[in-house]
Design a protein around this ligand. Structure first.
Ligand code: GLA
Length: 374
């Protein structure tokens, strides 16, 4: 019980575990499981369908546990509404965000992907990784609860060259860190840009908008976009704009500022550039704090960018996990990734992957943890 003295200085650990249960059947007949990762006061649920993070239950400052991510109550919700749609909690592949014209060139060969958002391909296409059933294994060890997901995407899947083998590991440790580690290999030159599309509402999913959440983004530059939300190629300084989150600022403070870039995207839907690119060390990207609940989320990543999306397309037509409707701004996504449209942008860090090399990427979501641990 919250507020009661624990056995030691921290919550009794050693209860880290991952448990699978049936969660329905995908449209192609493949059975889907839901994994429950638990460690201390934190519980994370992951679906084998799309590698979707369905729920993240964490305590607030007073020890009250709530689900702080947006999602659907059942598999049908994801199958029917997530793509095209909000991509709640999903693993995104093979290419996060947009590829202009759904086209890119590798080794002089141009590849045309199916288009699923106007003239562009979004989030790996209409049948992206978010709609695949991944195979899973338990990687828990008593201290850490974890599940490893594997997907083999055949050459030509959604138009991409090369057989891509992707392994994503979710682990939940005793310090309430949810780590997402990605690895991918290919048998032919290709491009890859993986991310996770969880939407956070630290007051609890379905509790209203996140405009009062205070956000810090450790970035001096961002990527302006054109009318179809493709980066122009420029890295613009955040200084003096509504894009400056170097000091913690409420999301809603400048959302209606009338800035041309905010009008284009109906809010924030841009990549923030995280310091010098090309480094592979984990560094802090974002801190999201909800004064109402006292909950704080910290995001660290090896990726060069973070897409901060303020839930602009949520329009009151979807009913979430807890039975409440999601409206514009009711959740915020912090998608750590390489820059959108990189293969078509010579100035951006490369997203090419060649045979013999391994794509590696890590993002750590430091969740609100055990209040008794201080
Ligand atoms: C990303 C994109 C947004 C939107 C969402 C999903 O954040 O940048 O424009 O497509 O995914 O709705």
């Amino acid at each position: 019980m919250p507020g009661q003295p624990a056995a030691g200085a921290t919550h009794a650990r050693g209860n880290a575990a991952a448990v699978a249960e049936p969660f329905g059947t995908a449209p192609d007949g493949t059975p889907v499981d839901r994994w429950t990762l638990s460690n201390g006061p934190v519980t994370v649920r992951v679906l084998t369908y799309g590698g979707i993070v369905q729920s993240v239950e964490v305590p607030d400052a007073g020890g009250r546990v709530t689900n702080v991510v947006l999602g659907f109550a059942d598999l049908a919700g994801y199958v029917e509404h997530n793509n095209p749609g909000p991509y709640f909690g999903a693993l995104i592949g093979r290419f996060g965000n947009r590829l202009a014209g759904g086209r890119f060139t590798v080794d002089g060969r141009t590849h045309q992907l199916p288009l699923n958002e106007g003239p562009n391909t979004l989030h790996g296409g209409p049948e992206g990784f978010d709609r695949q059933v991944w195979t899973t294994t338990d990687v828990s060890d008593g201290e850490v609860a974890g599940v490893r997901l594997t997907l083999v995407s055949p050459a030509g899947h959604q138009g991409f060259p090369g057989t891509l083998t992707t392994v994503v590991t979710y682990t939940l440790d005793a310090a309430s860190r949810l780590t997402v580690h990605y690895e991918a290999t290919t048998d032919a030159p290709t491009v890859v840009n993986l991310t996770n599309h969880t939407y956070w509402n630290l007051s609890g999913e379905g509790s209203g908008n996140v405009h009062g959440h205070v956000l810090q983004l450790d970035a001096e530059g961002y990527l302006p976009i054109d009318g179809t939300l493709i980066p122009t190629g420029e890295i613009a300084p955040v200084e003096g704009t509504p894009f400056d989150f170097r000091t913690p600022t409420a999301i809603g403070d400048r959302l209606r500022a009338g800035h041309e870039q905010l009008v284009r995207a109906r809010g924030y839907d841009h990549t923030w550039v995280l310091g010098p690119t090309g480094e592979e060390e984990l560094r802090r990207a974002a801190v999201l704090h909800d004064p109402a609940s006292g909950r704080t989320l910290t995001v660290a990543t090896t990726e060069p960018g973070v897409q901060f999306y303020s839930g602009n397309f949520l329009d009151g037509t979807l009913v979430g996990t807890g039975g409440r409707v999601y409206r514009q701004g009711d959740g915020v996504a912090l998608e750590t990734q390489h820059f959108p449209d990189s293969p078509n942008q010579p100035g951006f860090p490369s997203t090419e992957l060649r045979p013999g090399r391994t794509y590696r990427s890590t993002t750590v979501f430091e969740l609100p943890g055990d209040v008794r641990a201080g």
